[in-house]
Write a protein that binds this ligand. Structure first.
Ligand code: DHB
Length: 454
């Protein structure tokens, strides 16, 4: 029996309600998308189809063959993620799967392995690049069943938040790249293409090798940190030193990228961290405030912001950063004690945590090992943009809230600018007042998708 063959006769019809809005859909669940799963609890996908396509197809927005496939991953914190079900996000708002079904899209919601997962022998099974490989295998499953499955497998639109946003960016940049082939082969994934049509990325925690220096470029000088709901923390004297060293590394990295804004103007940084790249981010924050005002919403009084008429000026960068506050100690991602989610992401079957930057490896206070360069490379979309050996998707939508502190705003800006330079169509913005979260602007997101797909 071919376990990858989709059987359209096995389903249940379900209904869901969210704040008075109702949907009815056909649910094909627990589709294990590889022939040799390591962890079938996570390596499975749920496929949801608006019931209207079966009951009243003439009234539906698309047809069963043409409906775009919304592909939301539910990975957070690089942990294992179960297939998303139509309902609420972790912040309690409607999730993308619900909205997509309401709008007539097919939803293919994959689970994926993640850090910390172990098999019966206690071996780690979810370290990098497992989460990405699983999502690729799920895309391949859809393609393998292109003639049997509802939806258009050439219109797969990935969506994710945070670590899931990073994975969405990776899906969009690494299509069919040979780096991942041995992993897919080992899992018995379908021999199919895994490129996608479009990628939606909310606050991607990505470019992890440069996340620490970007974080200190933004937050160096703030000695208190506020990590989620934990009490205030204070940087130690050693962490303050590391913070300054990291901050000093960032302009060199940024300038090495040779980024330009949309008008061909070079974006760079001076040694002290000021410069046209920072001015570019400043302008995005200003635009965010202006857009919020256009919607008729209050932006509040801020000492660092000057709003005259419809035009907003961010007059005090340091004041803006102080307003956001620091969330993480230094280094933020490759911790010298290897205590972060990212350290665990770069483990092995038998080693729970490793370093992934030369800097923190050299300054390790835990005698940590360094992850292999291949493993690190495979988790960073920056390494695949424009390299010619992957099939990058054409459309990206990237959102990073103006009060998000989980990673530097520089990280999403670098990603967006690099993608544009490589020829992608990128819709990038910093939504006003949004913290680290996703799916908060579903109407706009699906407006963007609708324009691409129709
Ligand atoms: C996520 C948040 C983080 O701050 C981080 O370092 C990694 C992942 C997340 O929400 O997915």
């Amino acid at each position: 029996m071919d376990t990858l063959r989709f059987d359209h006769s096995v389903y249940t019809v379900k209904e869901a309600e969210f704040q008075g809005r109702k949907i009815r859909y056909r649910a094909f669940e627990d589709l294990v998308y590889v022939r040799k799963p390591v962890d079938p609890e996570y390596q499975r996908m749920n496929l949801y189809v608006p019931e209207i396509y079966y009951e009243e197809p003439e009234k539906a927005r698309f047809t069963l063959k043409t409906a775009p496939i919304f592909f939301p991953n539910s990975v957070g914190g690089y942990m294992p993620g179960l297939p998303q079900e139509p309902g609420a996000t972790f912040t309690g708002i409607m999730n993308g799967a619900f909205y997509a079904l309401e709008q007539g899209f097919v939803v293919a919601a994959p689970g994926a392995r993640g850090r910390g997962l172990t098999d019966a022998d206690g071996r780690f099974t979810g370290m990098a690049p497992a989460c990405l490989v699983d999502l690729k295998a799920a895309v391949r499953y859809l393609r393998y069943n292109r003639d049997r499955i509802p939806g258009d497998t050439e219109k797969i639109i990935s969506n994710g938040t945070s670590a899931g946003g990073a994975l969405s960016a990776l899906l969009g940049t690494t299509g069919n790249h040979k780096d991942y082939e041995p992993y897919l082969e080992q899992l018995g994934a379908a021999r199919e293409r895994d490129d996608i049509f479009a990628a939606s990325c909310y606050c991607p925690i990505t470019n992890l090798e440069h996340g620490d220096m970007a974080y200190e470029w933004e937050f160096c000088g703030l000695d208190a940190y506020y990590f989620r709901d934990q009490p205030e923390g204070r940087l130690t004297d050693r962490q303050k030193e590391l913070s300054v060293m990291e901050k000093e590394l960032f302009p060199g990295y940024l300038n090495s990228l040779g980024l330009c804004d949309g008008t061909g103007k070079a974006l760079s940084l001076n040694e002290d961290g000021t410069g046209s790249f920072r001015d570019y981010i400043t302008s995005l924050v200003e635009r965010a405030a202006e857009k919020e005002m256009e919607k008729g919403n209050e932006i509040g009084e801020h000492s660092w912001l000057n709003a005259e008429g419809e035009e907003v000026r961010l007059t005090d960068w340091d004041g803006y950063v102080r307003f956001r506050t620091r969330m993480k100690p230094a280094p933020a991602f490759d911790d010298v004690e290897m205590k972060t989610p990212e350290n665990e992401l770069f483990g092995t079957e038998t080693t729970s945590r490793r370093h992934f930057t030369e800097f923190s490896f050299r300054h390790s206070e835990a005698e940590g090992e360094m992850a292999e360069s291949d493993q690190i490379r495979m988790m960073n979309p920056m390494n695949y943009i424009g390299d010619g050996s992957s099939d990058m998707c054409r459309y990206f939508r990237i959102r990073h809230g103006t009060v998000d502190r989980d990673t530097s705003l520089a990280i999403s800006a670098i990603l967006a600018l690099s993608l544009k330079e490589a020829g992608a169509k990128v819709d990038y913005a910093l939504p006003w007042g949004k913290p680290h979260s996703g799916d908060y602007d579903l109407e706009e997101l699906f407006g963007w998708i609708g324009n691409l797909a129709e």
